[in-house]
Design a protein around this ligand. Sequence first.
Ligand SMILES: [Mn+2]
Length: 230
Amino acid sequence: MQMPIIGILPQYDMQRNRWFLCEPYERAVRAAGGIPLVITVRTQAQQRRVLELADGFLFPGGPDPNPLLFGEDVLPECRAICAKRDRLELSMLRLLLEGKKPVLGICRGVQMMNLALGGDLYQDLPVGRWQMHNQTAADDEPTHTVRVVKGSLLHQLVGRKSVAVNSFHHQGLRKIAKGCLVSGRTGDGLPEALEKTGHPFFLGVQWHPEHLAARRPEAAALFRGLIEYC
Ligand SMILES: [Mn+2]
């Protein structure tokens, strides 16, 4: 499809009550040939209408999903929670699971995908037990590797057994939702990529390819894949 419309779920500034979107997401979508369309609608009828309108969807990074969503009380290690985003994104993901339109989730995005399908999260990845996942290095500096499962969608897109990625998360995928494949993991076994089997393109990654896409073809490939599957 020529110039597909990519519906992007926005971020939310809770101090100023503003929806916003960090530029690298929309830049990466445009560079891959898509037209970014930021979605803030909230009723389910409005969401269904937007679902018809957009050809593919992007769920970006953000604060911690509320652990109550997977039946756990909030631990002290859990950080900011944005109920507005939790509600909108879960609802949109559930609607998207009924169809076959391509969906790419980034960081919080992959966590919400796992929750929407019935999985859960570690509320915190303590340093010492896990390798460093909340880097202080620059946004576009890879700091850990992810081993890619042969034959997965991720493997098809990046074309390699391992990718070097950046990492800005302190939570992680714990119980993996039924019907999903962990297509990328770190050396210490943390899931970093999730795909839904039987869906042409329902892929989430725990890293931030939008910061890497300008210089690294294997990061740009995720956005190109999203556009190509539209
Ligand atoms: Mn990581």
